[in-house]
Design a protein around this ligand. Structure first.
Ligand SMILES: Cc1ncc(COP(=O)(O)O)c(C=O)c1O
Length: 396
């Protein structure tokens, strides 16, 4: 509908548009195809977590919680961050439970950044990081990082740092590349942060999805890093509750304090009954939950990456997360419909009824992603098998 009134949309809202990801979702739904585009995990939520949610509602845990989250959940997060991540968090007042890790990223960004500040973002990036950073009015300095094998180069980052640089965003394991930052890379990044007095926001939402012996290292676990790091994670991906909107941030109390108040202002609190249910992730799941999850994803990764390789994609096998950012230059030499990433995305929907995401979604300059498509393998195995069969039939 065209608006006939004279008021204008705010400048910050003008550039917002439906992402390619949403658009391709609609296209693939229209042809009854399979969506390997959107990072939606369609696996079931573990029963103990669902049961606790039902119980929490039955117990009428329905009113606002403390803005930073219920105390038992924050205690559980402290323990998890100490044991799994080796992060030296010591008390619940260093934890903020928010509306997904995305809500925590928003609170972190608005707590740290304002117009005049600069922030370093590595490419390929996760679109929400870019778009949320833009809302703060800060200037984004993009630094190319490449695929899972590419290493962090201090000189390249240093060249992007100015007197106004305040923060750097790290995503490990990364969406879309699957890169897992090594201890050595993070140490070098920390050196740079210390030399230039920078803060890091690290998004570690895929911390359990690791392959071929890759190790998840939290930046905040390195000596001297905790005081200048906001660590983000959440329940969405590890426990298949993306729609629950439950994530958390861990940071030194003075930062967590302000972030909590920002969280209060923006959201009041994360959904209360679901905070109670999330405790099941720490208390009710068996010890083999994470190893099983890893094995399951490793099998899916193999299936998808082998299929894509067999039909002509060049596939950097991800070390972590559940995406691959595959290159179709070789396919474009023998097939029509692969002129660029948008065309390739449409060709796959038309000929294989499989959705992917155009590479341009992950770069400042769309040309940098023109030969790439991102595929997500967080699907029920039969669905992924069907998608791979359709890809082989169409392009094999
Ligand atoms: C890197 C990254 N961070 C955060 C999220 C969203 O996490 P949450 O559901 O906790 O907001 C996603 C989802 O795709 C993601 O890829």
């Amino acid at each position: 509908m065209e608006l006939t009134s004279t008021f204008s949309i705010a400048e910050r809202a003008e550039p917002l548009e439906q992402s390619d990801i949403r658009a391709v979702t609609q296209q693939v739904e229209a042809v009854g195809g399979i969506n390997l585009g959107q990072g939606i995990c369609d696996l079931p939520t573990p029963q103990p977590i669902r049961r606790r949610a039902q119980q929490a509602i039955a117990d009428d845990h329905s009113i606002y919680s403390h803005y930073a989250g219920i105390e038992p959940l924050r205690r559980g997060i402290v323990e998890k961050e100490q044991t799994y991540n080796d992060v030296p968090v010591s008390a619940p007042d260093e934890v903020v439970v928010g509306v997904g890790s995305t809500g925590c990223f928003v609170s972190a960004a608005f707590t740290l950044l304002e117009e005049g500040d600069e922030v370093i973002l590595f490419e390929p990036f996760y679109g929400y990081h870019r778009n949320i950073l833009e809302l703060t009015g800060a200037t984004i300095r993009y630094v190319p990082l490449g695929g899972p094998d590419s290493t962090f180069d201090r000189a390249t980052v240093e060249a992007a740092v100015t007197d106004d640089t305040k923060a750097v965003v790290v995503n490990t394991p990364a969406n879309p590349s699957g890169k897992v930052w090594t201890r050595d890379e993070l140490s070098r990044l920390l050196g740079l942060m210390q030399d230039h007095d920078l803060v890091a926001v690290t998004d570690e939402i895929y911390e359990y999805m690791l392959y071929d012996g890759a190790e998840h290292v939290s930046l905040a676990s390195l000596p001297g890093a905790y005081e200048r790091t906001i660590t983000l994670s959440g329940f969405s991906k590890a426990y298949n509750v993306t729609g629950w909107r439950l994530g958390y941030a861990v940071a030194p109390a003075p930062i967590a304090d302000k972030m909590g108040l920002m969280n209060d202002l923006l959201y009041i609190c994360a959904p209360r009954p679901l905070q109670h249910a999330a405790l099941a992730a720490f208390e009710d799941l068996s010890d083999d939950y994470v190893p099983n999850l890893r094995d399951d994803y490793a099998a899916r990764r193999r299936l998808l990456c082998e299929t894509l390789e067999d039909i002509g994609f060049e596939v950097p096998w991800p070390d972590g997360a559940y995406y691959t950012l595959a290159n179709f230059d070789a396919l474009a030499e023998t097939r029509t419909g692969f002129g660029d990433d948008k065309e390739a995305m449409k060709t796959l929907v038309r000929e294989a009824k499989v959705a992917s995401v155009s590479g341009r979604s992950f770069y400042e300059d769309p040309a940098d992603g023109r030969s790439q498509l991102r595929f997500c393998f967080a699907k029920e195995l039969p669905v992924l098998e069907q998608a791979c069969e359709q890809l082989r039939e169409a392009f094999g």
